[in-house]
Design a binder for this molecule. Structure first.
Ligand SMILES: NC(=O)c1ccc[n+]([C@@H]2O[C@H](COP(=O)([O-])OP(=O)(O)OC[C@H]3O[C@@H](n4cnc5c(N)ncnc54)[C@H](O)[C@@H]3O)[C@@H](O)[C@H]2O)c1
Length: 323
């Protein structure tokens, strides 16, 4: 399977992100479907805006960005969008009933051998394909926002998925410079969101327990572990920490006791308990102060902070040899 005709089904935040990525890589015949013309127009504008980041970096010229975008077919006609596609990435809102009806719509029109991927963040693929005619060709392909700057795609098959499609989708994602990881089985939050959830639970715990402020957490994370984690995974961080003994040296050696002592005091809540309610009551107020205290370079509001993040992500992509 060599996917060249790509259809993006749903053109909101994530559909627009996928489109940007496809245009950065070029060479695909791309169709974007959504339910209304004005939504497609917004997608078009936002894509051009996303591409301008790469124009600034000299990856391609402004004219080239416009040329690539002009070749994309934007349509509200489902049949036209789907009938020739060999790869469909579905990006409609996260609602199981909607995913069911959209998958039925897609299957009623697309070729019987087309691969269908869902951008779902949390739904179980087995449930999404419960009524599918060809469940063997459907895979969850969960991106991270911004899709065109974060390479990770978590691929989640289910027991009905044909390994041939898993491999073909994996190869396709690789070919558009993504870093797919195929989970061995589904679990809530997949890998990335589980790690983030664990981290955030402990942030709430430390603030509630009076260890530090929200601002301290921002500083400690961004200038400490966060900097390393942008370049190395948790296992590799420990591999280096273990020096000549490597990862096993850390796990069995000196850090063992302090690791256990720390673990014994971590939050293990399965729901946020009553003592954290004041945190949730006041966290936005506190966050507004944190935002006001940031320096101008790092940005004070969502737009400025996102621009700061995107400039940094471009540098990281280069460091990782991905741009
Ligand atoms: N927002 C994120 O950070 C993020 C990250 C990864 C994955 N996801 C997942 O991606 C999917 C899309 O999320 P989003 O944030 O782009 O949502 P969004 O609301 O920004 O976009 C959804 C798009 O789907 C369109 N749509 C709605 N009903 C439709 C239908 N019946 N047919 C075709 N199009 C329809 C909407 O018009 C809209 O353009 C969800 O499954 C979500 O869980 C989101």
């Amino acid at each position: 399977m060599n996917f060249k005709k790509i259809t993006l089904y749903g053109s909101g935040l994530i559909g627009t992100g996928w489109l940007t990525q496809l245009l950065i890589c070029d060479g695909f015949d791309v169709t974007v479907y959504d339910i209304k013309e004005d939504i497609l127009e917004k997608c078009r504008k936002n894509t051009l805006n996303n591409l301008s980041l790469f124009v600034k970096e000299g990856v391609f010229s402004e004219e080239e960005a416009e040329n690539r975008l002009n070749k994309v077919h934007f349509t509200t006609d489902k049949t036209k969008a789907l009938e020739e596609a060999d790869f469909i990435q579905e990006n409609v809102p996260e609602n199981l009933e909607l995913k069911h009806s959209v998958l039925a719509d897609i299957e009623s029109v697309c070729r019987p051998d087309a691969a269908i991927c869902s951008s779902t963040s949390a739904l179980d693929l087995g449930e999404i394909v419960a009524d599918a005619v060809h469940p063997e060709r459907v895979v969850a392909g969960h991106p991270y926002h911004p899709v065109y700057l974060l390479p990770l795609i978590e691929m989640i098959p289910c027991e009905k998925t044909d390994p041939k499609y898993i491999q073909a989708v994996y190869d396709f994602y690789k070919s558009i410079r993504k870093e797919p990881v195929v989970l061995k089985k589904s679990c809530p939050g997949y890998i990335g969101t589980r790690l983030m959830t664990t981290l955030y639970r402990e942030c709430v715990h430390m603030v509630t327990d009076g260890v530090c402020t929200m601002e301290d957490i921002e500083t400690a994370f961004c200038y400490g572990p966060g900097m390393r984690y942008a370049l190395l995974g948790p296992n590799t961080v420990l591999q280096l920490a273990g020096g000549e003994h490597g990862l096993i040296g850390v796990l069995l050696g000196g850090m063992g006791d302090s690791g256990s002592n720390t673990m014994a005091t971590l939050a293990n809540w399965t729901v946020y308990p009553e003592e954290t309610y004041p945190y949730f009551e006041h966290c936005q107020e506190e966050m507004d102060k944190v935002l006001a205290n940031r320096d101008d370079l790092h940005g004070h509001n969502n737009d400025e902070i996102a621009a700061f993040r995107d400039r940094g992500l471009i540098q990281l992509l280069k460091q990782h040899g991905k741009l």
